[in-house]
Design a protein around this ligand. Structure first.
Ligand code: UDX
Ligand code: ADP
Length: 462
């Protein structure tokens, strides 16, 4: 039976997942380690409202389990040595260099973890891939462990995380399914069972699926590709709706009621973001190309092409509606996170819309309830379109939504935060230059209400 768990990587996946395991399994000691000292210090903040990942319900769980059987530490070696089971939850961003640049997942963090585990482990370990990984990564990890280890036995499991940010705690507490892939050998099956036993503390047995390692790895990529494809499909229809007089919300409702299609992931938007969709599809495309399956690669790549188009089209529409120039004009952004209820901004559509508008010399003021200015600047600097100084001149964050919108020519809604609906829109209107435009990239607000106030309101797909 597993008594001690170590999780390498205290990010959006590792942090919430381990907090829930610790809460549900008080008999297991769970230590989350990370190289990033600032991040670990933030996880250890006395006030759990200041932990580095914002997720509804997470701070209470951390408050309950931390110090009891949940620990955050930078002592990676010590935690590895103590653990019976090691989760790898480090980031696997898209490669920015060399072969597979812009497509393949960069596995350098994973490899470093594997080498560190091999060096430190003195007893048999079960190593669990939690990060989203390309198919066959497990064999690379196993290779490193077996060839550089101290002769101890390693079992590798794939246990992809399906939680969505913003609902991480709810998803972890009541998952649609838990997927565990492992070797078909008796030792592999024993390892699988030890992880099944952990989840069985709160997840019904029929929701715990076991497969071989490759099926598990590929299922994660497939799930994200299918979800992203739905968003790109409805976004493709949104442009057609705008031309034909159809309303994409009505179309989505009509098709969603077909039980074969279903109603989820049909919300037209300025484009999907987040750390997973784009990365995982690029990865799938890269894998397909590697096997010479060009049609398969092209098919999935189109999901990304559509998403890029949707982001660019949104920015273009703002420029053309504002009389073909935004130079020197103030444009207010409501929202910067890639979706509501998270402080994560990775691949957020807002970054790309801002980039296009800044290239047209707009002045942007951003209000997001959970994102601070240094994050916004670092997101833009990462694109390397402009220098940090230039970005600082073009974009500022405002701590107040009303002053963010004051004297603006237009408001662009980039994230669907609930609180935006409750604002005093009359007051916002009064403070803006006229005509006052709202470009609703999330179809969040009530068109009739805003038009009654006097706004020129444009949503996506109608
Ligand atoms: C996704 C998967 O849902 C999750 O299972 C996986 O583990 C990680 O990737 P996440 O990226 O956290 O989760 O968020 P998700 O809710 O899937 O949203 C992704 C993006 O799509 C967001 O930018 C969201 O705003 C957008 N989206 C989603 C839409 O534009 N329309 C929709 O109908 C749904
Ligand atoms: P995710 O969304 O996949 O959780 P994050 O970037 O939020 O991604 O978290 C990954 C974490 O993994 C980061 O905090 C990073 O510092 C940590 N990390 C990366 N490589 C290592 C490593 N070799 N050892 C320990 N921690 C690592």
């Amino acid at each position: 039976m597993i008594k001690t768990i170590c999780c390498i990587g205290a990010g959006y996946v590792g942090g919430p997942t381990m907090a829930v395991i610790a809460q549900k399994c008080p008999h297991i000691k769970v230590t989350v380690v990370d190289l990033n000292e600032k991040r670990i210090a933030a996880w250890n903040e006395a006030n759990t409202d200041n932990i580095p990942v914002y997720e509804p319900g997470l701070s209470a769980i951390v408050a309950e389990a931390r110090g009891r059987n949940l620990f955050f530490s930078t002592e990676v070696d010590k935690a590895i040595e103590e653990a019976d089971m090691i989760f790898i939850s480090v980031n696997t961003p898209t490669k920015t260099y060399g072969v597979g640049k812009g497509m393949a997942a960069d596995l350098k963090h994973i490899e470093l973890c594997a080498r560190q585990i091999a060096r430190v482990a003195k007893t048999d370990k079960i190593v669990v891939e939690k990060s989203t990984l390309p198919v066959r990564t497990a064999s690379a990890i196993k290779d490193i462990l077996d060839h550089t280890g101290n002769g101890v036995q390693f079992q590798i499991l794939s246990n992809p995380e399906f939680l969505a940010e913003g609902t991480a705690v709810a998803d972890l507490l009541a998952p649609d399914r838990v997927l565990i892939g492992g070797d078909t050998t008796p030792e592999g099956q024993k390892a699988i069972q030890s992880l099944v036993d952990i989840y069985a503390n709160w997840v019904p047995q029929e929701r715990i699926l076991t497969t071989n390692v490759w099926s598990s790895e590929l299922s994660k990529l497939t799930a994200n590709a299918f979800l992203a494809q739905r968003v790109s499909s409805i976004n493709a229809m949104s442009e057609l709706c705008e031309r034909t007089g159809a309303d994409v919300n009505e179309v989505a409702r009509a098709i969603g009621m077909d039980s074969r299609i279903g109603s989820k992931f049909l919300k037209s938007s300025v484009g999907f973001g987040g750390s997973c969709f784009q990365k995982d599809i690029l990865n799938l495309v890269y894998i397909a190309k590697t096997y010479g399956l060009n049609e398969v690669a092209d098919y999935w790549e189109q999901v990304i092409i559509m998403n890029d188009h949707q982001k660019r089209r949104f920015a273009k529409n703002i420029i053309s509606t504002l009389y073909n120039t935004v130079s020197g004009k103030k444009i207010a952004f409501l929202g910067w996170a890639f979706k509501k209820d998270t402080n994560d901004t990775r691949e957020s559509a807002a970054i790309y819309v801002a980039d296009d508008l800044l290239s047209e010399q707009a002045h942007i003021s951003v209000f997001d309830p959970k994102v601070k200015e240094d994050q916004i600047l670092s997101d833009l600097n990462y694109l390397e379109t402009r220098t940090d100084t230039e970005n600082k001149k073009g974009i500022v964050a405002d701590e107040n939504p009303y002053s963010a919108c004051k004297d603006a020519h237009a408001i662009a809604i980039l994230t669907e935060w609930d609180e935006f609906r409750d604002y005093n829109w009359q007051q916002i209107y009064d403070g803006m230059l006229k005509p006052a435009f709202v470009f609703d990239g999330r179809n969040l607000l009530d068109k009739t209400e805003l038009e009654k106030i006097g706004f020129v309101y444009q949503s996506i797909g109608s």
